[in-house]
Design a protein. Structure first.
Length: 590
């Protein structure tokens, strides 16, 4: 090798070392160290600059590159916070932040003094990073669009936003597996003072995105919405999940915290079709506490296969206090295949403390309502009344059912100020099977097919029409009790040569009209009417074990097309006619 070649190699190596010394540092953690909202060569790394560095994998913040460059996927960068000083650090944003285009974790809990929530009821998270939109000039766009797959937003207070705080999937509907957890939206850093706006707070599209989670640390407190009844949260897309959040409440989980105008807690559908959305869940911690002064959960058009389980809707996080919303769950514009509740432990919702518990209207089809507590506390035994009907129906059934024939599918519908279940007159709404439920102590009728609180008398031959075809109810003629068993006897007159499911119930008292409800489901028998439309039961064919002290008995009949009758007249001696033992309740007739 010549001396000239050796010198050439040395010069090349020196050049490489020199260039390397000026190359931007690569880091999987990019640290924000100022509350300044700017992009400048000022020796600090701002949140705005950090997002840019994570998106581009190039150092950001002016010629000095104060924010280290992020790393390319599959590395997921973390934007951490190390702002000098104690207490809450407020980043006053002037314009929307850069959209997130590459997966990143923005973690406010990295700021000194922050800590996650560890309460099963309530939220004691300490959040020291606040993003404040007070200075954003209207009209405002979204504060932050997440257009990546796999990003996480946690540990932040996002307040005083005139527009949407976070939009997952703004650029396309293919954004997947992003997580928003452990934040306060629309509150001050304590989570107890309203500091939100009147637009949608969080809007989610894409697929498999998650708002919240089952652990206490994942809980979001989300308040806001209100303009044109906009929901605090709006979800479209496929298989998105919302669990463990407080929506419309403060961080205590006890008090409502809402804009001055009516709002919906959660909207499914207005922002685009929503398929397979999961709201809550059957496992501990998965249920949300949702309050909207207008509607808690509203399902709209192009919404299919929604699962709503384990939530408290209209009632506080303790499951004992009424919050006072208008409607707990409502359907509009034809959602299909909605499951509200479930038969497994923990799957049922508590839908109480509203004016109407569940309102099924405007083309909803294939809706299953099972295993819920409507008008009660979380235990199902004490009143947290809905001040109107427990369930109000204004749509054809088309495969819908309230309750079911399997264990755990029956709902508890009690203590409501109106009917337990009501269908209004003037509409031929048919096919509504109401099976296996515990319906009691509603101020109106347990089931009212004309929604007026007056029992419908049977007509000979059951030829009349109307809601559920005004199906005739059974008539109980005897109910001897011995050794804890009742041997019910009676008749059913309806259409000829059809098989009817007759369900039997026991209870304590009766409505002043003599009509009954159905506190305890005893069991069911199939009756086949003869050519004259008559069938009977008795002589041991309808014998059941009864709870202690139950002394009155009722029955319903359901035809082969799923049309369930009102409850029959009570038979027996009431031991409880009326009770109203609880404040702000409508506990009425058994």
């Amino acid at each position: 090798m010549t001396i000239t070649a050796v010198h050439s190699r040395c010069r090349t190596a020196a050049l490489v070392l020199t260039l390397a010394s000026f190359a931007p540092a690569q880091a999987s953690t990019i640290t924000v160290n100022t509350v300044i909202d700017a992009t400048a060569n000022d020796g600090t790394c701002t949140l705005r600059e950090a997002i840019t560095a994570a998106n581009t994998n190039i150092a950001s913040g002016g010629t000095a590159g104060e924010c280290a460059a992020g790393q390319a996927l599959p590395t997921v960068d973390t934007i951490a916070f190390a702002i000098p000083g104690g207490g809450v650090h407020t980043i006053g944003v002037l314009t929307p932040l850069p959209a997130i285009t590459q997966a990143v974790v923005i973690d406010g809990y990295t700021q000194s003094g922050s800590s996650v929530n560890n309460l099963a009821v309530g939220d004691n998270a300490v959040l020291h990073i606040q993003i404040d939109g007070t200075a954003m000039a209207p009209p405002t766009a979204d504060l932050l669009d997440i257009n990546s797959d796999g990003s996480t937003l946690r540990g932040l207070v996002i307040s005083h936003m005139a527009g949407t705080s976070v939009f997952v999937g703004a650029a396309s509907f293919s954004n997947n597996a992003n997580t928003i957890a452990g934040n306060f939206f629309g509150t001050d850093p304590t989570g107890t003072v309203f500091a939100g706006g009147t637009q949608v707070v969080i809007r989610v599209a894409g697929a498999t995105n998650v708002i919240g989670g089952a652990s206490p640390a994942a809980r979001n407190v989300i308040v806001g919405g209100g303009s044109s009844n906009a929901g605090a949260i709006m979800i479209s897309g496929t298989s998105n999940v919302m669990q463990g959040n407080y929506v419309g409440l403060d961080s205590s989980g006890i008090s409502a915290l809402l804009p001055p105008t009516a709002t919906n807690g959660l909207e499914l559908g207005p922002g685009g079709g929503a398929t397979g959305t999961v709201v809550g869940g059957k496992n501990p911690g998965e249920g949300n506490v949702i309050f909207g002064s207008n509607v808690g959960i509203r399902l709209s058009s192009n919404v299919q296969g929604t699962m709503i389980q384990g939530n408290y809707i209209g009632i506080d996080a303790t499951g004992t206090r009424r919050l006072g919303g208008n409607v707990g769950i409502s359907t509009d514009n034809g959602p299909a295949g909605t499951i509200i509740g479930g038969s497994e432990p923990g799957a049922g919702n508590v839908i109480s403390g509203n004016n109407t518990g569940i309102s099924l209207t405007d083309g909803a089809t294939g809706t299953t309502v099972k295993g819920n507590r409507v008008g009660t506390d979380a235990s199902g035994t004490r009143p947290v009344s809905n001040h109107g009907n427990g369930i109000y129906i204004l749509t054809q059934s088309l495969g819908s059912i309230i309750g079911g024939t399997n264990p755990g599918e029956g709902n508890t519908i009690a203590f409501n100020c109106g009917q337990g279940i009501g269908i209004p007159a003037g509409f031929a709404l048919v096919g509504w099977a109401m099976l296996g439920n515990s319906i009691f102590s509603n101020a109106g009728l347990g089931i009212s097919l004309l929604n007026n609180g007056n029992p419908i008398p049977n007509d000979d031959g059951d030829a009349d029409t109307g809601p559920n075809n005004l199906q005739n109810h059974p008539v109980i003629t005897a109910a001897p009790v011995a050794a804890g068993m009742v041997d019910l006897a009676g008749t059913l007159n309806s259409l000829p040569a059809k098989t009817y499911r007759v369900e039997f119930f026991s209870g304590l008292g009766c409505h002043p009209t003599g009509a009954g409800e159905g506190r305890h489901f005893l069991g069911a028998r199939d009756l086949v009417t003869d050519v004259s439309g008559n069938a009977s039961f008795g002589n041991g064919s309808a014998m059941f074990a009864i709870p202690n002290d139950h002394s009155v008995f009722t029955a319903t009949a359901t035809d082969p097309d799923g049309n369930t009758s009102e409850f029959s007249q009570c038979f027996g001696t009431p031991v409880l006619l009326f009770h109203s033992d609880f404040e702000d309740s409508c506990a009425g007739y058994d």
